[in-house]
Design a protein around this ligand. Structure first.
Ligand SMILES: [Zn+2]
Length: 326
């Protein structure tokens, strides 16, 4: 096997500090940020190695630190990856996704790809009956897409184009768009498996030729880009109508985006980048999954001892999250 930079080993069990809980982990997801940590690239460069990976652990509260209600022990919970500082102007306005001092589980501190992890109580959410794997799959992906829709200030009946619709975030965006009563168009290189009813599909082909695949009259009120491709985003932005909004929420986005600034001015367009999510968006996102309004596909599951296979599966073409069972 080639060296993927990951080691499985025994470490001392953490103790929850004041304001923290100790989570007995059942599941954790594989995410692009894990690969960034391993490579020391992009947002992963903030990690000091060795680091226990794992952004989105779900499990049961096993112990509590000082100042935390001991009645929480035994609660089924999931942890939100981004940990806001709780003190800044943005945190004070409940805009936790915009906290400039937020830390990330598995990047700035040890994450949940292990049997037990200590996390601040502030980022621990009740599962309300959701299975651990479902909660792990949902806790990052659904709230960030909700954040994108919130940023777009989307209205019932608006025409929403989702680019990168074949990926996990894209698939979630199709469900949220439908749930919000918008007219949803999915753009993807390949046909989207299990395309939700009522969603129109544009298959762009392997070169992501969106401009060549739309009809001349296609215009959209909102673009939700989950692809991370600047070339695709630029094509989508060009399809915005009057007062159109484009929001991108891919973890790895190209740097060079070319847009027609003149059209932005004349057409009153907006372009927004969103990352992470507020506490409120996490609560709403988990509830949408619990209600069945949003489905997060799970492609494959692997035991922790076989974490190397989980990372290999993540890198291969897939439809859904890769989950590690601890
Ligand atoms: Zn803050």
């Amino acid at each position: 096997m080639t060296d993927d930079g990951v080691r499985v080993g025994d470490v001392a069990a953490p103790a929850p500090a004041a304001g923290e809980v100790l989570l007995r982990v059942e599941t954790v997801g594989v995410n692009q940020l894990d690969l960034n940590v391993i490579a020391g690239a992009g947002p992963g460069a903030a990690a000091r190695l060795p680091r226990t990976l794992g952004l989105d652990p779900a499990g049961t509260v096993a112990a509590v630190g000082a100042g935390v209600d001991a009645n929480l022990i035994g609660s089924e919970v999931v942890a939100k990856p981004n940990i806001p500082c709780g003190h800044c102007r943005w945190c004070g306005e409940h805009r936790e996704s915009e906290c400039p001092a937020q830390e990330v589980l598995g990047v700035h501190r040890d994450g949940g790809a292990c049997e037990a992890v200590a996390v601040p109580l502030s980022v621990v959410f009740p599962r309300h009956g959701l299975p651990a794997a479902t909660a792990t799959a949902a806790v990052h992906s659904v709230p960030i897409v909700l954040n994108a829709f919130d940023a777009a200030d989307v209205r019932v009946g608006e025409r929403v184009l989702v680019t990168g619709a074949g990926g996990v975030l894209g698939r979630v965006a199709l469900d949220i768009g439908r749930h919000l009563g918008t007219s949803v168009t999915a753009a993807s290189r390949h046909p989207v498996p299990d395309l939700p009813a009522g969603v129109r599909e544009i298959v762009t082909g392997p070169t992501s030729d969106l401009a060549g695949a739309v009809t001349p009259s296609d215009r959209f009120d909102v673009v939700i880009d989950t692809s991370g491709s600047a070339a695709l985003l630029a094509q989508a932005v060009a399809l915005l109508g009057w007062c159109g909004r484009a929001v991108f929420c891919a973890a790895s986005v190209d740097a060079d985006l070319h847009v027609d600034a003149h059209a932005f001015y004349l057409q009153r367009r907006r372009l927004v980048g969103v990352a992470s999510a507020t506490f409120d968006q996490v609560t709403r996102g988990l509830e949408l999954v619990r209600q069945g309004a949003v489905h997060v596909p799970i492609a494959q599951r692997f035991p922790l001892d076989d974490i190397h296979s989980a990372y290999a599966a993540f890198a291969a073409p897939r439809h859904g999250k890769v989950i590690i069972d601890v």
